[in-house]
Design a protein around this ligand. Structure first.
Ligand code: ATP
Length: 369
Protein backbone atom coordinates (compact mmCIF):
# COMPACT_ATOMS: atom_id res chain seq x y z
CA UNK A 1 0.00 0.00 0.00
CA UNK A 2 1.12 3.54 -0.58
CA UNK A 3 0.20 7.18 -0.33
CA UNK A 4 -0.11 9.05 -3.61
CA UNK A 5 0.52 12.73 -4.08
CA UNK A 6 -0.26 14.64 -7.24
CA UNK A 7 1.28 18.11 -7.43
CA UNK A 8 0.49 20.80 -9.98
CA UNK A 9 -0.30 18.57 -12.97
CA UNK A 10 -0.70 20.42 -16.22
CA UNK A 11 -1.52 18.63 -19.44
CA UNK A 12 -2.57 19.99 -22.81
CA UNK A 13 -3.36 18.03 -25.96
CA UNK A 14 -2.70 20.57 -28.70
CA UNK A 15 -5.02 23.45 -27.94
CA UNK A 16 -7.13 21.48 -25.47
CA UNK A 17 -6.09 21.96 -21.86
CA UNK A 18 -6.99 18.70 -20.16
CA UNK A 19 -5.48 19.47 -16.73
CA UNK A 20 -4.70 22.75 -15.04
CA UNK A 21 -2.76 22.75 -11.78
CA UNK A 22 -4.32 19.53 -10.52
CA UNK A 23 -3.10 18.72 -7.01
CA UNK A 24 -4.34 16.32 -4.34
CA UNK A 25 -3.00 13.73 -1.96
CA UNK A 26 -4.40 10.30 -1.26
CA UNK A 27 -3.52 8.79 2.09
CA UNK A 28 -2.26 5.25 2.45
CA UNK A 29 -5.32 2.95 2.32
CA UNK A 30 -7.71 5.73 1.35
CA UNK A 31 -10.51 5.31 -1.21
CA UNK A 32 -10.35 8.51 -3.26
CA UNK A 33 -12.82 9.38 -6.02
CA UNK A 34 -12.28 11.69 -8.98
CA UNK A 35 -15.77 12.92 -9.88
CA UNK A 36 -16.69 15.11 -12.80
CA UNK A 37 -18.61 15.36 -16.05
CA UNK A 38 -17.35 14.05 -19.38
CA UNK A 39 -14.15 15.79 -20.46
CA UNK A 40 -13.35 17.00 -16.93
CA UNK A 41 -9.90 15.41 -16.99
CA UNK A 42 -10.51 12.39 -14.77
CA UNK A 43 -8.97 9.76 -17.03
CA UNK A 44 -6.04 12.02 -17.91
CA UNK A 45 -5.32 12.48 -14.20
CA UNK A 46 -5.43 8.74 -13.62
CA UNK A 47 -3.18 8.10 -16.61
CA UNK A 48 -0.64 10.62 -15.30
CA UNK A 49 -0.61 8.76 -11.97
CA UNK A 50 -0.19 5.46 -13.81
CA UNK A 51 2.58 6.87 -15.99
CA UNK A 52 0.66 6.25 -19.23
CA UNK A 53 0.44 9.98 -19.95
CA UNK A 54 3.24 12.43 -19.31
CA UNK A 55 2.15 15.80 -17.97
CA UNK A 56 3.87 18.93 -19.31
CA UNK A 57 4.26 20.14 -15.73
CA UNK A 58 3.77 18.71 -12.27
CA UNK A 59 4.78 15.59 -10.40
CA UNK A 60 3.38 12.38 -9.01
CA UNK A 61 4.77 10.92 -5.79
CA UNK A 62 4.18 7.39 -4.57
CA UNK A 63 5.10 7.03 -0.91
CA UNK A 64 7.08 10.24 -1.14
CA UNK A 65 9.07 9.15 -4.19
CA UNK A 66 8.81 11.17 -7.40
CA UNK A 67 7.84 8.53 -9.97
CA UNK A 68 8.20 10.83 -12.99
CA UNK A 69 11.05 8.76 -14.41
CA UNK A 70 9.64 5.38 -13.47
CA UNK A 71 8.00 3.34 -16.23
CA UNK A 72 4.32 2.44 -15.74
CA UNK A 73 5.02 -1.26 -15.19
CA UNK A 74 7.50 -0.46 -12.43
CA UNK A 75 5.15 1.78 -10.46
CA UNK A 76 3.33 -1.24 -9.03
CA UNK A 77 -0.07 0.37 -9.55
CA UNK A 78 -2.87 -1.95 -10.71
CA UNK A 79 -5.12 -0.30 -13.28
CA UNK A 80 -8.54 -0.97 -14.71
CA UNK A 81 -9.56 1.34 -17.53
CA UNK A 82 -13.04 1.70 -18.91
CA UNK A 83 -12.14 0.00 -22.16
CA UNK A 84 -11.18 -3.22 -20.43
CA UNK A 85 -9.02 -5.50 -22.52
CA UNK A 86 -9.33 -9.18 -21.65
CA UNK A 87 -7.62 -12.04 -23.48
CA UNK A 88 -10.51 -13.38 -25.59
CA UNK A 89 -9.01 -16.83 -26.07
CA UNK A 90 -8.48 -17.42 -22.34
CA UNK A 91 -10.88 -18.53 -19.61
CA UNK A 92 -12.04 -16.21 -16.86
CA UNK A 93 -9.65 -17.95 -14.48
CA UNK A 94 -6.65 -17.50 -16.77
CA UNK A 95 -7.53 -13.88 -17.43
CA UNK A 96 -7.67 -13.18 -13.73
CA UNK A 97 -4.57 -15.23 -13.01
CA UNK A 98 -2.45 -13.59 -15.70
CA UNK A 99 -1.13 -10.70 -13.57
CA UNK A 100 -0.04 -13.18 -10.90
CA UNK A 101 2.00 -15.16 -13.42
CA UNK A 102 4.13 -12.19 -14.35
CA UNK A 103 7.79 -12.38 -13.35
CA UNK A 104 7.17 -9.76 -10.67
CA UNK A 105 4.85 -12.09 -8.71
CA UNK A 106 5.57 -15.66 -9.78
CA UNK A 107 3.16 -17.32 -7.35
CA UNK A 108 2.83 -21.10 -7.34
CA UNK A 109 -0.32 -22.78 -8.70
CA UNK A 110 -2.04 -23.17 -5.32
CA UNK A 111 -1.42 -19.58 -4.34
CA UNK A 112 -2.79 -18.37 -7.68
CA UNK A 113 -5.91 -20.55 -7.37
CA UNK A 114 -6.48 -19.34 -3.82
CA UNK A 115 -6.09 -15.67 -4.69
CA UNK A 116 -8.18 -15.81 -7.89
CA UNK A 117 -10.87 -17.89 -6.17
CA UNK A 118 -11.12 -15.44 -3.28
CA UNK A 119 -11.49 -12.36 -5.49
CA UNK A 120 -13.92 -14.16 -7.84
CA UNK A 121 -16.02 -15.00 -4.79
CA UNK A 122 -16.04 -11.36 -3.69
CA UNK A 123 -17.13 -10.22 -7.13
CA UNK A 124 -19.76 -12.94 -7.55
CA UNK A 125 -18.09 -14.55 -10.56
CA UNK A 126 -16.74 -17.73 -8.94
CA UNK A 127 -19.16 -19.85 -11.01
CA UNK A 128 -17.75 -18.36 -14.24
CA UNK A 129 -14.09 -19.20 -13.74
CA UNK A 130 -14.02 -22.00 -16.33
CA UNK A 131 -15.89 -20.07 -19.02
CA UNK A 132 -14.25 -18.36 -21.94
CA UNK A 133 -14.51 -14.59 -21.66
CA UNK A 134 -16.13 -14.54 -25.09
CA UNK A 135 -19.12 -16.27 -23.48
CA UNK A 136 -19.78 -13.51 -20.98
CA UNK A 137 -22.14 -10.56 -20.87
CA UNK A 138 -20.63 -7.08 -20.75
CA UNK A 139 -21.39 -6.80 -17.06
CA UNK A 140 -19.68 -10.11 -16.33
CA UNK A 141 -16.71 -9.10 -18.45
CA UNK A 142 -16.40 -5.88 -16.54
CA UNK A 143 -16.30 -7.78 -13.28
CA UNK A 144 -13.57 -10.06 -14.64
CA UNK A 145 -11.57 -6.98 -15.64
CA UNK A 146 -11.99 -5.58 -12.13
CA UNK A 147 -11.08 -8.97 -10.68
CA UNK A 148 -7.91 -9.02 -12.72
CA UNK A 149 -6.90 -5.76 -11.06
CA UNK A 150 -7.85 -6.75 -7.54
CA UNK A 151 -6.03 -10.13 -7.54
CA UNK A 152 -2.74 -8.42 -7.77
CA UNK A 153 -1.13 -7.04 -4.62
CA UNK A 154 -0.25 -3.48 -5.58
CA UNK A 155 0.75 -0.16 -4.11
CA UNK A 156 -2.60 1.19 -5.23
CA UNK A 157 -5.55 0.45 -7.49
CA UNK A 158 -6.43 2.92 -10.21
CA UNK A 159 -9.98 2.26 -11.39
CA UNK A 160 -11.61 4.14 -14.25
CA UNK A 161 -15.41 3.79 -14.21
CA UNK A 162 -15.23 0.08 -13.34
CA UNK A 163 -19.02 -0.18 -13.04
CA UNK A 164 -19.89 1.82 -16.16
CA UNK A 165 -21.17 -1.09 -18.24
CA UNK A 166 -23.36 -2.70 -15.64
CA UNK A 167 -27.14 -2.38 -15.64
CA UNK A 168 -28.67 -0.30 -12.85
CA UNK A 169 -29.46 -3.23 -10.56
CA UNK A 170 -26.07 -4.91 -10.88
CA UNK A 171 -24.36 -1.55 -10.56
CA UNK A 172 -26.03 -0.94 -7.21
CA UNK A 173 -25.18 -4.45 -6.04
CA UNK A 174 -21.56 -4.14 -7.20
CA UNK A 175 -21.26 -0.73 -5.62
CA UNK A 176 -22.18 -2.24 -2.27
CA UNK A 177 -19.77 -5.10 -2.91
CA UNK A 178 -16.93 -2.77 -3.86
CA UNK A 179 -17.57 -0.74 -0.76
CA UNK A 180 -17.34 -3.88 1.35
CA UNK A 181 -14.15 -4.91 -0.44
CA UNK A 182 -12.55 -1.49 -0.29
CA UNK A 183 -13.36 -0.83 3.34
CA UNK A 184 -13.07 -4.37 4.59
CA UNK A 185 -11.17 -7.17 2.91
CA UNK A 186 -8.79 -5.03 0.88
CA UNK A 187 -7.76 -1.71 2.30
CA UNK A 188 -5.52 -0.81 -0.59
CA UNK A 189 -5.15 2.81 -1.62
CA UNK A 190 -7.63 3.33 -4.46
CA UNK A 191 -8.14 6.16 -6.93
CA UNK A 192 -11.54 5.68 -8.51
CA UNK A 193 -12.88 7.65 -11.47
CA UNK A 194 -16.61 8.15 -11.86
CA UNK A 195 -19.14 10.61 -13.21
CA UNK A 196 -21.81 9.19 -10.89
CA UNK A 197 -22.17 11.26 -7.74
CA UNK A 198 -24.04 8.49 -5.88
CA UNK A 199 -21.13 6.15 -6.51
CA UNK A 200 -18.68 8.77 -5.26
CA UNK A 201 -20.72 9.60 -2.14
CA UNK A 202 -21.22 5.99 -1.21
CA UNK A 203 -17.73 4.66 -1.93
CA UNK A 204 -15.25 7.43 -1.24
CA UNK A 205 -13.41 8.45 1.87
CA UNK A 206 -12.80 11.71 -0.01
CA UNK A 207 -13.86 13.10 -3.36
CA UNK A 208 -12.11 15.49 -5.76
CA UNK A 209 -14.65 17.31 -7.93
CA UNK A 210 -13.24 18.23 -11.35
CA UNK A 211 -14.45 20.31 -14.24
CA UNK A 212 -12.56 21.51 -17.30
CA UNK A 213 -9.29 20.18 -15.94
CA UNK A 214 -9.56 22.05 -12.65
CA UNK A 215 -10.27 20.73 -9.17
CA UNK A 216 -13.14 22.64 -7.60
CA UNK A 217 -13.06 20.92 -4.24
CA UNK A 218 -11.53 18.01 -2.39
CA UNK A 219 -13.51 16.85 0.61
CA UNK A 220 -15.30 14.08 2.42
CA UNK A 221 -18.78 13.18 1.16
CA UNK A 222 -20.25 15.22 4.04
CA UNK A 223 -18.09 18.25 3.17
CA UNK A 224 -18.89 18.33 -0.55
CA UNK A 225 -22.58 17.92 0.24
CA UNK A 226 -22.93 20.29 3.21
CA UNK A 227 -20.20 22.80 2.40
CA UNK A 228 -19.82 22.89 -1.40
CA UNK A 229 -16.96 25.17 -2.39
CA UNK A 230 -18.94 26.73 -5.23
CA UNK A 231 -22.14 26.43 -7.21
CA UNK A 232 -20.59 23.92 -9.62
CA UNK A 233 -19.91 21.51 -6.75
CA UNK A 234 -23.38 22.13 -5.29
CA UNK A 235 -25.07 21.14 -8.54
CA UNK A 236 -22.85 18.08 -8.96
CA UNK A 237 -24.56 16.30 -6.05
CA UNK A 238 -28.23 15.46 -5.66
CA UNK A 239 -31.10 14.54 -7.90
CA UNK A 240 -33.22 16.50 -8.61
CA UNK A 241 -30.46 19.06 -8.73
CA UNK A 242 -30.13 22.03 -6.43
CA UNK A 243 -32.08 25.05 -7.74
CA UNK A 244 -30.36 28.40 -8.04
CA UNK A 245 -32.07 31.74 -7.59
CA UNK A 246 -30.29 35.00 -8.45
CA UNK A 247 -30.82 38.19 -6.49
CA UNK A 248 -29.23 40.37 -3.84
CA UNK A 249 -28.92 40.92 -0.11
CA UNK A 250 -31.01 43.46 1.80
CA UNK A 251 -30.94 44.55 5.45
CA UNK A 252 -33.01 42.52 7.88
CA UNK A 253 -33.81 42.74 11.61
CA UNK A 254 -31.33 40.15 12.84
CA UNK A 255 -29.69 38.82 9.67
CA UNK A 256 -29.57 40.03 6.08
CA UNK A 257 -32.22 38.68 3.74
CA UNK A 258 -31.83 37.34 0.25
CA UNK A 259 -34.39 38.78 -2.17
CA UNK A 260 -34.59 37.38 -5.69
CA UNK A 261 -34.27 39.79 -8.62
CA UNK A 262 -38.03 39.62 -9.24
CA UNK A 263 -38.86 39.92 -5.52
CA UNK A 264 -40.73 36.59 -5.42
CA UNK A 265 -38.31 34.73 -3.11
CA UNK A 266 -37.17 36.19 0.23
CA UNK A 267 -35.13 34.17 2.72
CA UNK A 268 -33.11 35.18 5.79
CA UNK A 269 -29.44 34.27 5.30
CA UNK A 270 -27.13 34.49 8.29
CA UNK A 271 -23.37 34.31 8.50
CA UNK A 272 -22.47 35.10 4.91
CA UNK A 273 -19.43 37.06 3.75
CA UNK A 274 -21.44 39.67 1.91
CA UNK A 275 -23.17 42.93 2.63
CA UNK A 276 -26.61 44.32 1.89
CA UNK A 277 -26.60 45.51 -1.69
CA UNK A 278 -24.31 42.69 -2.91
CA UNK A 279 -25.51 40.49 -5.75
CA UNK A 280 -25.61 36.80 -4.77
CA UNK A 281 -27.13 33.52 -5.85
CA UNK A 282 -28.77 31.07 -3.45
CA UNK A 283 -28.94 27.32 -3.91
CA UNK A 284 -31.97 25.49 -2.52
CA UNK A 285 -32.11 21.71 -2.56
CA UNK A 286 -35.45 20.08 -3.37
CA UNK A 287 -35.28 18.08 -0.15
CA UNK A 288 -35.23 21.29 1.91
CA UNK A 289 -38.61 22.41 0.57
CA UNK A 290 -42.11 21.40 1.61
CA UNK A 291 -45.07 21.86 -0.70
CA UNK A 292 -48.31 23.23 0.74
CA UNK A 293 -51.68 23.46 -0.95
CA UNK A 294 -53.92 26.27 0.37
CA UNK A 295 -53.36 28.19 3.58
CA UNK A 296 -51.37 26.17 6.12
CA UNK A 297 -49.26 26.77 9.14
CA UNK A 298 -45.61 27.59 8.56
CA UNK A 299 -43.20 26.36 11.25
CA UNK A 300 -41.24 29.04 13.15
CA UNK A 301 -38.04 30.05 11.36
CA UNK A 302 -39.32 28.87 7.95
CA UNK A 303 -40.56 31.08 5.14
CA UNK A 304 -43.22 30.41 2.55
CA UNK A 305 -43.14 31.58 -1.05
CA UNK A 306 -46.06 31.43 -3.45
CA UNK A 307 -46.04 29.85 -6.89
CA UNK A 308 -47.82 27.69 -9.41
CA UNK A 309 -47.20 24.08 -10.43
CA UNK A 310 -45.23 24.11 -13.68
CA UNK A 311 -44.64 20.43 -14.35
CA UNK A 312 -44.95 17.09 -12.54
CA UNK A 313 -42.52 14.24 -13.08
CA UNK A 314 -43.28 10.85 -11.55
CA UNK A 315 -40.21 9.08 -10.15
CA UNK A 316 -41.61 5.92 -8.60
CA UNK A 317 -42.75 6.52 -5.03
CA UNK A 318 -42.04 10.22 -5.25
CA UNK A 319 -42.97 12.91 -7.70
CA UNK A 320 -40.77 15.86 -8.60
CA UNK A 321 -42.93 18.95 -8.74
CA UNK A 322 -41.42 21.99 -10.43
CA UNK A 323 -43.02 25.14 -9.16
CA UNK A 324 -42.73 28.50 -10.86
CA UNK A 325 -42.09 31.21 -8.30
CA UNK A 326 -41.92 34.58 -10.04
CA UNK A 327 -39.35 34.21 -12.78
CA UNK A 328 -37.61 31.19 -11.25
CA UNK A 329 -38.35 27.50 -10.90
CA UNK A 330 -37.93 25.47 -7.71
CA UNK A 331 -38.20 21.68 -7.55
CA UNK A 332 -39.64 19.77 -4.62
CA UNK A 333 -40.17 16.06 -4.02
CA UNK A 334 -43.58 15.00 -2.77
CA UNK A 335 -45.10 11.58 -2.08
CA UNK A 336 -46.93 10.22 -5.08
CA UNK A 337 -50.28 10.32 -3.28
CA UNK A 338 -49.95 14.07 -2.65
CA UNK A 339 -48.94 14.68 -6.27
CA UNK A 340 -52.01 12.83 -7.51
CA UNK A 341 -54.15 15.81 -6.51
CA UNK A 342 -51.99 18.33 -8.38
CA UNK A 343 -52.09 19.65 -11.93
CA UNK A 344 -50.04 22.18 -13.87
CA UNK A 345 -51.18 25.71 -13.06
CA UNK A 346 -52.37 24.93 -9.48
CA UNK A 347 -51.48 27.59 -6.96
CA UNK A 348 -49.19 26.19 -4.24
CA UNK A 349 -46.90 27.39 -1.48
CA UNK A 350 -43.31 26.25 -0.88
CA UNK A 351 -41.98 26.30 2.65
CA UNK A 352 -38.23 26.86 2.73
CA UNK A 353 -35.94 25.91 5.57
CA UNK A 354 -33.35 28.73 5.43
CA UNK A 355 -30.79 26.79 7.46
CA UNK A 356 -29.39 24.53 4.67
CA UNK A 357 -29.73 27.17 1.92
CA UNK A 358 -26.32 27.92 0.39
CA UNK A 359 -25.29 31.42 -0.67
CA UNK A 360 -22.84 31.86 -3.57
CA UNK A 361 -21.25 34.67 -5.48
CA UNK A 362 -23.15 35.15 -8.72
CA UNK A 363 -22.34 33.19 -11.87
CA UNK A 364 -22.08 29.61 -13.01
CA UNK A 365 -19.27 28.72 -10.64
CA UNK A 366 -19.56 31.37 -7.92
CA UNK A 367 -17.79 30.62 -4.67
CA UNK A 368 -19.88 29.80 -1.58
CA UNK A 369 -19.80 32.70 0.87
P1 ATP B 1 -14.94 11.02 -19.69
O1 ATP B 1 -15.80 10.92 -18.45
O2 ATP B 1 -15.72 11.41 -20.89
O3 ATP B 1 -14.02 9.85 -19.89
P2 ATP B 1 -12.75 12.54 -18.50
O4 ATP B 1 -13.13 13.41 -17.36
O5 ATP B 1 -12.09 11.25 -18.18
O6 ATP B 1 -14.00 12.32 -19.44
P3 ATP B 1 -10.42 13.04 -20.12
O7 ATP B 1 -10.57 11.80 -20.91
O8 ATP B 1 -9.35 13.09 -19.11
O9 ATP B 1 -11.82 13.43 -19.43
O10 ATP B 1 -10.27 14.26 -21.14
C1 ATP B 1 -10.02 15.58 -20.73
C2 ATP B 1 -9.91 16.45 -21.98
O11 ATP B 1 -8.73 16.11 -22.70
C3 ATP B 1 -11.05 16.29 -22.95
O12 ATP B 1 -11.33 17.55 -23.53
C4 ATP B 1 -10.51 15.31 -23.97
O13 ATP B 1 -11.14 15.51 -25.22
C5 ATP B 1 -9.04 15.68 -24.01
N1 ATP B 1 -8.18 14.52 -24.34
C6 ATP B 1 -8.00 13.42 -23.57
N2 ATP B 1 -7.13 12.57 -24.15
C7 ATP B 1 -6.75 13.12 -25.32
C8 ATP B 1 -5.87 12.74 -26.38
N3 ATP B 1 -5.17 11.60 -26.33
N4 ATP B 1 -5.75 13.57 -27.44
C9 ATP B 1 -6.43 14.73 -27.49
N5 ATP B 1 -7.26 15.16 -26.53
C10 ATP B 1 -7.43 14.38 -25.46
Amino acid sequence: MAAIEVRGLHKAFGKVTALEEVSFSVADGEFFCLLGPSGAGKTTTLKCVAGLTRPQRGSVFVDGEDVGDIEPNHRNLAMCFESYALYPQLSVFDNMASPLRSPAHRLDGDAVRHRVGGIAELLGIAQLLDRGVDQLSNGQRQRVALGRVLVRPANAYLLDEPLAHLDAKLRTAMRAELKRIAHGELTTTTVYVTHDYVEALSLADRIAVLKDGRIHQVGTPAQVWNEPADSFVAQAFGKPRICFVDGGLVDGDETPWFVSSDGAVSIPVGGVEARPGDAVRVGIRPRDLVLQVGAAEVAPGRVRVEGAVYVLEHLGRQTEVTVQVGQTWLSVLVPRAQAAGLAAGDKVGLVIDPEPVHVFLPGEQGRRI
